[in-house]
Design a binder for this molecule. Sequence first.
Ligand code: CMP
Length: 143
Amino acid sequence: MERTFLAIKPDGVQRGLVGNIISRLEAKGFQLVGLKMLQVSRELAEQHYAEHKEKPFFGGLVDFITSSPVVAMVWEGKEVISTARKMIGSTNPLSADNGTIRGDFGIEIGRNIIHGSDAPDTATREIALWFSDAELASWKSTT
Ligand code: CMP
């Protein structure tokens, strides 16, 4: 079954959006298979955002993501990578549709609440970067 990596950024945690975001994904029908809150190291942030290394906003992005705790998650389900991206909305919250997480809660591109893997290869890389195998659980509902 497909898996994706999502991280609620410091602004999402500080604004009390963790429960709302998890509820949206659960209500959609996806399964939470990994969850932890952590203070992100500069090393992890730089590895995670390696593709943006040459961008002018890279330093500020790393400063921000390491400034205060993040909630890292792995979600599982049918087409979860593309569907979670749709639920998250466009990178710039001002362009994100109403009903998406960024569209409902944000106005700043540098404070866009949540990160989500954009493709299968990225999801595989990001899950392995943020979680060990022992931190991930496969489970089936018995209720
Ligand atoms: P994310 O989905 O985590 O992936 C890369 C992040 O870089 C993105 O969300 C934004 O938070 C950030 N980002 C992208 N473009 C800009 C920009 N022009 N200025 C500041 N931050 C940006």
